[in-house]
Structures are given as C-alpha cells and as structure tokens.
Write a protein that binds this ligand. Structure first.
Ligand code: GAL
Length: 970
C-alpha cells in the first residue's frame, strides 16, 4: 500500500473495508494536570465511617481516568476544603462544637479526622507518580494561614503548626511520598514555607491563591479586590515568591477561573467581566510574573448538588468557568486553550529567570514588558501588556529583544506589534521547534508538532493585526494552503527567512523547505486542537497531530499500520476539518464513521463531518400531587423514628441557646441538612400566651413558617444576606385549645453550615419564647423531624447531604419507584403549579427519555415564578414567596426561592438523568404565603451536539429506587 505523498486519496476511501470499532484513548485539550478536592463530609456520614466505594463516592475512577488521559493530578483532600461547601466540606457530625473549634491540634478534632485522612491517603498511594500513577502533589489543608503569631520574629502558633505537622506525618506514615503542598489565601502571612523558616508544620511547596476580580459575582463581597480588570499589582506575585519561597516553584494553586454566584447574584452568573479577555490578560500576567505552575479554580465548576452548598450558593457552581455547568465550551475555554497549548510546547519556559520588567522595552510607554530567559538555552519570552491593567486602549509598538543574532528591535520590516483592548502577548525569541529555531515572532506561538520528521509550527494573531517572524535554518517560504493572510512578504538571508504579513480570517499554511508554518486568526485558533497520540502528559510534539475546525476534539489514534486515523470529538453542526497528520493516511474516521476526504496532499487533509443534530424532549408531566405537610393536621401523630424528642439540657456548642427550653439545635440530634420540622406542645393556661418569639439560625437565605393548631400564623421569608433572625408571630389567627395541648409546628429551611470558623455556628432555634400577659410560659415537649434515619445514612449512594426532613423526603417520594398510584393528577404539562395556601405540596412525574447514541443532549430544568420576569401568573405580591426543591431521580438538583434569587436554570447531567429510560422528576413546593404561590417548571435542551462520548453509559447504579423501609418515617 505504499503511496506517494500529495496525490488525491479520496478515490480509495470507498474501496477500504470499515475496520472494527476501536477504543480511542481520550486526550484533554492542552492541559497537563488537574487538581481536585475530596470532601470529607460527602464521604463520612458518621464519625466511625468513611465511604470511598458507593456510587459516586468511589474516587478511584477519576484517578484511573487521569492515567488514561495522560494528565497529572494534584489531590486536595482537606480535611477542610472550603469550596462553598456545607461547613467547608467538613462532615455534618463535626459541626456540633463537640470537637473544639476545629482546624487545630485539639485531640478531639485529631481523633475525628484520623480515619478519613488514613483512608484517603491509602486510596491515593497506589496512584502516586512514585508508584506509577499520575498524582504528583498532595495538598494539606486549605488556605490555613497563621503559622506565626509574630511574623518578623518567627513566633510560632503551636496549635496550628502542630495540626499541619500531624496531617503531614500521618500522610507520610500511610505512604504519601510526593511533595506536600499548601495554598495561602494572601501574600503577607509567610506560613509553612521551608525557605522562610525550619519551623513545625512546613510543607514542601507553598503557593498563593489569587482572585484579582473577586471570587464572587457579587463584587461587594470582596473588599481587597473588585471591578473589571482591577489593577493586578504588577510585580507582587513575583516579589512574594522571592521573599517567601525562592527555592520552590512559583505556584498558584488557585487562580481565578471564574467566580461563584451567591444567593441573590446576577441571573446566569457573571461571565462578562471574567470572560475571554480576562483569561487572555490575567493568565498571561501570571507568566509575566514568573509563575511556573497554575491551577484554575474552577475550570469546570458543575453543580453543587445535594446540599453540598453552604449558605453561599444555591446549587449552581457554574462559576462562569471555561467549561460551563451544562458542559458547554465557550470563548473563555477556547481563549484559555490558546495559552495552555503554548505552555505545553514551550519547554524552555519551565526554567527561566526574570531579567527585567519595565515600560522601557518598547517605544510605547503604555506597554510594560517582562523578559523571561532560560539561562541554559538562551530562549526568551517577552510578555507584553498594558502597564495599567484597566486600560483597554489599542497600542502599537516595537519591542527591543536580545537574540542569538544579537540585539534587535522587532518587527524589523513589517508593521508594529498591536495590543488591542484587554489583551497581552507572549512573544518568543530563540524558540526551538523540532530541529528548527524561531529567532523571533511578533505573532504568538500556538503549538508545534513534528509529523513525518518535519516541523509544523502554528502561530496566531487577532484578525487584522500584523505579524513578523524569522526562522533559522530555512531558505524559502511558499504559501501552500489557504488564503487567510495579506501583504505577505518573505525575505531570505543566509540561512534565515523573515516573513511579514497581515492576519485575515482563516488558516494559511506555508511551506518552509519541507517544514510548515500555519498562520491563523483567533477564531480559527479557537477551533484548533492538538490531540496526543498517547498518554504521555508531556505531549511530545512527535506524538501529536493538528486538527482545525471542530468544536471539540477528544482523541486521535492511528491504526497499527498507520494508514487510518481515528478522530473523536463533538460538533455543533456539519463542518470541514483540516487535519495535519502523516502523509500516508488513506482513511480518516470521525466518531467511527469514515469521513469523506475532500482534499489531501502533503499531510494536509480536509474532511467533512455531519450535522447538525436535533432532539426534542417529551412533555414534562402530567404531574401528580399530594399534601406534604400532614404534620400540621389535628390527627397527626409524631412518633419515632421520624421524630426525635429534643430533651438535651446541654449542648457542646460554644454558642449557648438563649431560652429556657431544651437544646433545639438540630445538629445536636444528628439532624443536619435541608428542611427540619419542629413540633412543640404547650397547655392553655390562665392568661394564655398570645404569640411567640422565635430566634432562628439557618444560614443565608434561610426561612421558616409557623402553624398553631393547624392554622398558619406566619413566615419569615428570608434574604440572601441574612443567616439568623428574630421574629414574633401573633396567635390571633389561631385558636388555643380549651383543654389538652396546643401544637405549634415550625418548618425551617436550613441552608447549611458556614465556612471556616462559622462551620460550628448552630442551626435551628436559639430562642423560642411564648409571649403574653404572664412573664413566663413553659412548653411541654419539643420534637424534631429531619432527614430520615438521621445518622443511619439510609441513601448511601446519594450520600448524607442529599435530603432533608419534609414528609415527602422522609417517605422517599423523591425516589424513583415510590408508589404514587393513588395520587391525583393535578397539573398538565406546561400548566402552572399552584399551592393554594401556606403549606407544602409534592409533585411527581415520570417521563421517558431516549437520547440516541452519538448525541450529547444537554438538558436543564427551568423553574420560574413572578419575580424573575419570565412568568407572570397573578399580581399577588406574595405569590413568589416559595421554597421549591427539585429532585431528579432522587438527587436534589435545584433549590428555587424566587424572592431571594438568582437561579432559575438547573442543568442536570446524564447519569443523574437516565438517557435511555424513565426519569422521576419531583418538586416539593413550600408556600410561605397565606394566599398561596404559583410557579412553572419546564425542561429544555441547552444544545445538541454530535459526540463520541457515550451518554448511554451504564449509570443505573447511581439511581437506586424506593424501598418500603421508608414508610416508617411517616
Ligand atoms: C478560595 C478557596 C476555595 C473557594 C474559593 C472561592 O479561597 O480555597 O475553596 O472557596 O476561594 O470560590
């Protein structure tokens, strides 16, 4: 089958038999590592158990996947992680106060973390790079500064230092032998660095986290930063590392990949001011400042499902990240990829000194330059950007560089370099690609590969800008493919060639004595992929190829004799892909289908892919419904195991309750998450009480409603910024009993425990006082209903944070398979859901979904009411005072409180949704209004892509169904 290169190959396509389907190794585009937290709270439902095996608790697959992908892993197991998780990732049982103030060397706390820490260490050890795996670093704790009580005099804070040391000693004892790291939240604490002291608690690598544009979409949450393109304190990271850890990598364990969207934040997050421009400029600024390792927080935030969320966020953790919560890639992802493709091939960048940074490198004072030079190879990187980071002006300039051919000012012939808007550039000199050298380039290097022994160098520039580059070791240049450049000029001298051009739209290939240079604009570069042919995280250029034109390329692999190329990926529509690969390829497959090759020659192939795909969702509904607050009914009996008698007279919590009642903190009774119901009884005495004062603590956005003897007497509706509140309610609307006990029912919504020291702030009632003519009234008894089974963790697959204590939840009505045959059908698809008075109703529907193989259909649920402007059912001011929970196949995937805001769209991934079978969708709707509430629920397709990823993977183990044992929690 030997063939000459360059001839048209399409005639052979139809003659070749279709090969058997092959499993292609996946490659992640251009990143070489990822970091991941492990949440102790998710894995530890009780003090004596940790679960790393059940359902999604199994940690091993992601470590194996890293090996398959060829990516290094930085594991961040806590024990405290923050991450906007409930109690910062601490287990719920740890929040009572019984373990001290946490995050120090208190023996009670030490005993608490030991089991989890040993288990996570054991689990990671086989995956360490020292044992043939891909885990290169192990982070101890998270943003725990304060090693010193006096920094200049190095006076140690022993409780913290001992804690850090204990964690490290334990990890080492259990076999963790990779560097231990830590992330500082700020640049003035100088904790845990071996270069700064030899004190207790020091780790091997210290880094600093940085969110220059605020970690929250609500900019008022950030006092030290904020606003668009805020000054990034040029020089400060550099100076910080020089002072704190000069002999360590300059490591940013968390750099702003986006911002979380808090309760009440802008609908859809804040992608605008932290979008592609932010990525372009701020990520390059890190390189400007000699940073050597960057981990973006978050690259993909996803959903904080199942009450992972602490009071800060509802359920969305989209984070305005490069990869959206619904898995979509947007311009920020593509922009980030432009840089990471470059850093992957810029091997000389791994070892550079910063020789200078100033505005005197160019002839334009608005531009500052950082010169980074590799002392061994003399390769240099000049990072150019606005001196004032907030400036978005268009600037042009020439740059003074020092090369192996001496000092020069570039461009030498063509038009000036441009920085247009919030942008930066990294311009190289003496950049080695394969056997050749780029003496300099005013266009940025995107990547290079060595294919069939010849170099293919890819350069990019924004459309309309001028570029000039000079290659050593070649003497001629010819345009060989495409026509995306203007004013093209090539000047040969001795053994160098200098090319100047203006970049227009599209991809252009030049032939340089058998090597290729590809020139492209930003949009073309966005869709330029460099899949690796094996799983070496270093991605050797000899083991990569180029594919341009696809929405996403996931993998590339050759068959045994190298004549067939299998590409996999995702497409939004039909497309022409240009493939740069070895010359003797006869067939190219895109997602296992042989793709027509419309042109080929010289190792450049143009293939066509099919699309677009379509998918229509079935109707959502009809919905059956049932009352979910029988607890307020006259004849309701409150028995165990659904109810626990609250009789504790003491609490370990340092915040003591204010009233004379038994302790009413839910965590003291092993109730921790979601909704709780209190039931208090009291007699009708002489001069009976006329109302009640309640002081409650439930976290931001929390709220409660109160009933007396079945009659609704009021609600505290809640605000995004209030986590505890006092309110009193009059008994005017209710009637006290003549004899017997009055029954007071308080339904409260607990939004979770706060972060850091707030993790042990109590949740529940801190004071309940009956008000009336007498000074004092006594309650007879208090009971609380919460998550079914409490510490028994009765849904180990979905985990301890998934459900609360509503009647519907306790009985498992949110689970697939709950018998609802005798429920009434009350809401047709698309109709308004109504809860006509104060109370709670549960709505259930089961809908089939059949997504054909080969499609990625991204699905969201949309919950709307009056306040978000998308739905106006009535003019009642209180018609949006509701608290709804969305369960998808038993998983809590949405919390909707329209009067608090912000989230209306709730993306749900395959695996949680069954893409080939029935899906049980459940809503609980709590009306906090006597006039009732109205809302709508829809589901929508965010996009349909053709994809090689099989959405029909076996996920049934993630969706266990209802069992009869739930009935005891009535
Ligand atoms: C960091 C913290 C992360 C996350 C982030 C804000 O300080 O380490 O866990 O909370 O802030 O999203």
């Amino acid at each position: 089958m030997a063939r000459s290169s360059g001839e048209d190959q399409s005639w052979r396509v139809s003659q070749l038999p279709l090969p058997p389907r092959r499993a292609a190794p996946l490659t992640l585009p251009s990143f070489n590592a990822f970091s991941i937290y492990s949440s102790w709270g998710f894995h530890s439902a009780t003090q004596d158990s940790v679960d790393f095996t059940t359902g999604a608790h199994n940690f091993t697959p992601i470590l194996s996947l890293a090996e398959e992908l060829g990516m290094y892993v930085i594991i961040r197991p806590g024990p405290y992680v923050n991450a906007e998780e409930n109690a910062g990732g601490f287990p719920m049982w740890l929040t009572t106060g019984a373990y001290g103030s946490l995050r120090d060397d208190d023996q009670r706390y030490t005993d608490a973390w030991s089991l989890y820490w040993e288990e996570i260490s054991r689990l990671i050890v086989p995956h360490l790079v020292t044992n043939g795996g891909n885990v290169i670093m192990f982070q101890v704790e998270n943003e725990l500064d304060g090693q010193w009580t006096d920094i200049p005099n190095r006076v140690l804070n022993p409780a913290l230092a001992n804690y850090m040391q204990l964690l490290q000693d334990s990890a080492r004892e259990h076999g963790v032998d990779v560097p231990l790291s830590h992330n500082s939240p700020r640049m003035d604490m100088y904790s845990w660095s071996k270069d700064f002291s030899n004190a207790t608690g020091n780790v091997d690598v210290v880094g600093v986290d940085s969110y220059p544009s605020c970690w929250s979409c609500n900019l008022t949450e950030c006092t030290s930063t904020g606003g668009e393109y805020t000054p990034y304190q040029v020089g400060s990271y550099y100076d910080f590392f020089a002072a704190q850890s000069p002999r360590q990598p300059s490591f940013v364990p968390e750099f702003q990949g986006g911002s979380y969207n808090p309760w009440g934040g802008p609908q859809g997050g804040c992608p605008d001011h932290i979008g592609a421009d932010f990525a372009n400029m701020f990520y390059r600024n890190l390189i400007y400042q000699h940073i050597t390792a960057i981990s973006l927080y978050m690259l993909f935030g996803g959903t904080n499902w199942g009450w992972h969320a602490c009071p800060l966020v509802a359920t969305s953790y989209d984070y305005s990240s490069p990869v959206s919560e619904n898995r979509e890639l947007w311009s920020k992802f593509y922009e980030t990829k432009l840089l990471t493709l470059f850093t992957r091939v810029a091997k000389d960048l791994a070892h550079v000194d910063r020789l200078g940074d100033s505005t005197s490198y160019t002839d334009n004072e608005a531009i500052t330059t950082s010169e980074l030079r590799n002392p061994e190879t003399n390769a240099a990187f000049y990072v150019v950007m606005h001196d004032d980071s907030t400036s978005g002006t268009q600037e042009t300039f020439k740059l003074r560089v020092n090369t192996s051919e001496g000092e020069m000012t570039i461009p030498r012939r063509g038009r000036d370099i441009t920085i247009n808007g919030h942008q930066a550039k990294i311009l190289v000199t003496d950049f080695t690609f394969g056997g050749k050298k780029l003496l300099y380039s005013t266009a940025e290097v995107l990547s290079y590969a060595v294919i069939d022994g010849s170099e293919v160098l890819a350069l990019w520039l924004p459309e309309g800008e001028a570029g000039e580059f000079c290659v050593k070791g070649v003497s001629s240049a010819q345009l060989s493919h495409g026509s995306g450049v203007e004013a093209f000029e090539a000047q040969a001298e001795a053994d160098t060639i200098t090319i100047s051009y203006i970049q227009r739209s599209g991809l252009t290939a030049l032939d340089l004595d058998g090597s290729k240079v590809l020139l492209m604009d930003r949009e073309t570069a966005y869709r330029f992929w460099v899949p690796t042919l094996d799983n070496d995280p270093f991605a050797p250029p000899e083991k990569t190829i180029f594919v341009q034109g696809a929405y996403l390329v996931r993998s590339a692999v050759h068959d045994a004799d190298g004549h067939a190329l299998y590409l996999t990926g995702d497409e939004t529509e039909s497309a022409s892909l240009t493939v740069f690969a070895q010359r003797d390829i006869y067939t190219i497959y895109w997602n296992d289908v042989q793709a027509p090759i419309t042109s080929s020659g010289g190792g450049i192939y143009v293939i066509e892919t099919e699309g677009p795909a379509e998918f229509t969702l079935p109707e959502l509904g009809p919905w059956k419904s049932l009352d979910s607050l029988p607890e307020i009914k006259e004849d309701y009996q409150a028995y165990p195991p659904a109810w626990v008698v609250a009789a504790n007279t003491e609490t370990p919590n340092p915040t003591k309750p204010a009233s004379n009642n038994p302790v009413l903190y839910v965590d003291d009774y092993d109730i921790h998450t979601g909704n709780h119901i209190y039931r208090a009884t009291f007699p009708t005495t002489d001069e009976p009480p006329t109302g009640i004062l309640l002081n409650m603590t439930g976290g931001l956005a929390f709220g409660w409603s109160v009933w007396l003897n079945s009659k609704y007497i009021g609600s505290y509706h809640g605000f995004s910024y209030i986590g505890d509140e006092i309110a009193s309610f009059s008994f005017d609307n209710a009637t006290l009993k003549d004899g017997g006990e009055n029954v007071l029912v308080i339904l409260m919504d607990n939004s979770g425990h706060g972060l850091r020291e707030l993790a042990i702030e109590p949740r529940g009632i801190t004071e309940a006082t009956l008000l009336g003519p007498k000074d004092e009234y006594d309650f007879t008894e208090w009971k609380i209903a919460g998550t079914a089974g409490r510490r028994e963790n009765i849904d180990p697959i979905r985990g301890p944070l998934n459900e609360g204590g509503l009647y519907a939840e306790r009985l498992g009505m949110h689970l697939p398979g709950f018998p609802d045959d005798d429920w009434e059908e009350t809401v047709a698809p698309g109709e308004t859901i109504v809860v006509p008075e104060a109370g709670v109703r549960v709505f259930r529907t089961t809908v089939p979904l059949h997504v054909p193989e080969g499609l990625d259909v991204s699905i969201s649920f949309r919950l709307t009411s009056t306040s978000d402007g998308t739905f106006t059912p009535s003019d009642d001011a209180y018609s949006n005072r509701l608290r709804a929970l969305l369960f998808v196949n038993g998983y809590q995937y949405g919390r909707f409180s329209p009067h608090i805001g912000h989230q209306i769209d709730f993306p749900v991934p395959p695996g949680i949704l069954n893409y080939d079978g029935d899906n049980t969708i459940v809503l609980t709707v709590w009306s906090q209004s006597a006039e009732g509430v109205e809302m709508k629920v829809e589901w929508l397709v965010n996009y349909v892509h053709t994809s090689s990823f099989n959405m029909l993977f076996d996920s049934s183990y993630l969706r266990p169904g209802w069992t009869e044992e739930r009935l005891q929690y009535e």
